[in-house]
Design a protein around this ligand. Structure first.
Ligand SMILES: O=c1ccn([C@H]2C[C@H](O)[C@@H](CO)O2)c(=O)[nH]1
Ligand SMILES: [Zn+2]
Length: 140
């Protein structure tokens, strides 16, 4: 539940992760901290590429780091954005978050002004395509 989540700690770790961002092209360093159901926190930053499409976002890198550690469920995700305007995850990341996240779980953004904004995942990605849709499919 939302009130059990240490958002201040997630914000601190997301900001720290943003310091490692590799963003020479966009100059838009992002950090993410994600809280797994184990209680552990994992972080990621954006890693850009000279072939711009090879870029991966901080959100997906944080989730990948958690999955490597054995996590399969997340309770909260904080984005540290280098913007005065608080920014939500991009569309691709919303889909990746939905794979491991309850629809009513919170996603937050924070910035250097210590502002925060919260959305529910199902507000960011209504009618997500989730793993349950793959069950019992029929042949063409
Ligand atoms: O939530 C976001 C939004 C953008 N980016 C990255 C992608 C790209 O490297 C740069 C500009 O879009 O920021 C993220 O990592 N997370
Ligand atoms: Zn993204």
């Amino acid at each position: 539940m939302s009130h059990d989540i240490s958002w201040a700690e997630l914000a601190r770790q997301a900001r720290q992760a943003a310091e490692q961002a590799y963003a020479p092209y966009s100059k838009f360093p992002v950090g993410v901290a994600v809280l797994a159901s184990s209680g552990r926190i994992y972080t990621g930053c954006n890693v850009e590429n000279a072939s711009y499409g090879g870029t991966t976002c901080a959100e997906r890198n944080a989730i990948a780091a958690a999955v490597v550690a054995g996590e399969r469920q997340f309770l909260a995700l904080m984005v540290y954005t280098p913007q005065t305007q608080l920014t939500p995850p991009c569309g691709i990341c919303r889909q990746v978050i939905a794979e491991f996240y309850a629809p009513d779980s919170p996603v937050r953004s924070c910035n250097h002004l210590e502002q925060q904004q919260e959305w529910r995942l199902d507000e960011l990605l209504p009618s997500a395509f989730t793993p349950t849709y793959l069950a019992n499919s029929s042949k063409i």
